[in-house]
Ligand binder design. Structure first.
Ligand SMILES: [Zn+2]
Length: 77
């Protein structure tokens, strides 16, 4: 998924690696599970949820279930 369109109309590019528009979040439980094994970057990366941040409005598009599902969008108050 190289880009997504924010609700505000801004196009969020995600094709750069690493991407300046992409954040990574992980639950404490998942981090603990992976960290206990080792520091395998690929294994750790699989546990992250991808977050695309809109630089215009600040909305966060969180892909809780992978890129093939629609993200949940969070808007700053
Ligand atoms: Zn936006």
């Amino acid at each position: 998924m190289p880009k997504i369109e924010c609700t505000c109309g801004n196009i969020i590019g995600l094709s750069e690696i690493p991407s300046p528009n992409q954040l990574l979040i992980i639950s404490d439980e998942n981090f603990d599970e992976v960290y206990a094994d080792c520091i395998d970057p690929d294994k750790l990366y699989e546990k992250f949820n991808i977050v695309a941040k809109c630089k215009v409005c600040g909305r966060l598009h969180v892909f809780w279930n992978g890129f093939d599902k629609d993200p949940i969008i969070y808007k700053p108050e």
